[in-house]
Design a binder for this molecule. Structure first.
Ligand code: ZN
Length: 319
């Protein structure tokens, strides 16, 4: 071999060594990242109820703030309006804005009555679902998914199973949640606090709210790992209310800062968790809560999320 041949050979050896070293480093990086990727949590955002411009002067502004926050953060959400709240020309315009912005619109019944009430029959409840269906079916973003009011899916086996059968027959998918929270209570307190402190700095309220959502997300994630052995693609239930209109950018940023990946509910609902139908009674709550009840997990709160758990905390903070 002449000199140039030896040089080429040497160069080849050095290159392949460098390549192996790079591969080696890649493998090391993957080895270090691997366990983190495997444990990275995923969350998606859903919003219930809708806003009524006939009774809420800030309905249009809050709706716009929620949509702007989602657009800015490049987050696709799912919206479940209740018919009685949005059934006006102005109210439906706010619903349609969600569909036009690329979000999905599902069904939260017309009257927002609890299927957990013993006075409510399957026939009465399904008629109420279909009344809302008629309002949304032709809107952009329509998705035939049912979000039960108060997450109550039936107080008897006959009602629970009758409703599951009706949904199958009518092409409706469930819109279960994994993470439930008390944003509705924080929002009511926030509105009252703002009235009393029109020039107050809302930072303390924001921090308490973020801590609440983070606490509930961690609780349901731990519970999911315990009863299913893994962290699912989470779906959180929030509402179209004042507190989310004000702090949704911070809520999304917080989850991302904690390392949680934000996905669309359409993607999250691909998780087999949401096809599970635990045979517990009363049926409903978070699907994780329901599975934990089926597994006879001790110390489960019922109702799972209520103001009685949050009132003392906000009282102590003077908020
Ligand atoms: Zn609701």
């Amino acid at each position: 071999m002449n000199f140039s041949g030896r040089l080429a050979g040497l160069y080849g050896a050095i290159s392949s060594c460098a390549l192996r070293l790079r591969r080696c480093r890649c493998a090391l990086v993957l080895l270090l990242l691997g366990p983190c990727l495997a444990c990275a949590q995923t969350i998606s955002f859903t919003f219930d109820d809708g806003l009524d411009p006939r009774t809420e002067p800030q309905a249009k502004a809050w709706n716009a703030m929620l949509l702007a926050a989602l657009e800015q953060a490049k987050v696709q959400a799912m919206f479940f309006p209740a018919g009685k709240i949005v059934d006006s020309r102005q109210g439906m315009a706010l619903v349609e804005a969600w569909g036009r912005a690329g979000h999905r619109i599902g069904n939260h019944t017309y009257s927002h009555a609890s299927f957990g009430s013993k006075e409510m029959s399957v026939d009465e409840f399904t008629a109420d679902v279909m009344r809302a269906d008629g309002l949304y079916r032709n809107l952009p973003g329509w998705a035939p998914r049912l979000r039960f009011p108060y997450l109550k899916e039936g107080d008897t086996a006959a009602k629970r199973d009758g409703m599951r059968q009706w949904m199958r027959a009518h092409g409706y998918l469930p819109a279960s949640v994994s993470v439930d929270a008390s944003d509705w209570y924080y929002s009511a307190r926030f509105v009252a606090w703002q009235k009393q402190h029109p020039d107050g700095d809302p930072a303390a309220f924001r921090d308490a709210y973020l801590a609440h959502l983070w606490g509930r997300a961690q609780y349901y994630d731990r519970l999911a790992r315990k009863v299913t052995g893994r962290s699912p693609a989470h779906v959180i239930l929030l509402h179209t209310n004042a507190i989310n209109a004000h702090f949704l950018p911070e809520v999304i940023a917080m989850f991302r800062a904690k390392g949680w990946k934000v996905v669309s509910p359409v993607d999250a609902y691909e998780d087999p968790l949401y096809s599970m139908k635990p045979p517990v009674l009363p049926a409903g709550e978070s699907v994780v809560w329901s599975l934990a009840k089926q597994a006879r997990e001790p110390d489960l709160r019922y109702p799972a999320e209520d103001d009685v758990y949050e009132k003392p905390l906000l009282d102590a903070l003077g908020l």
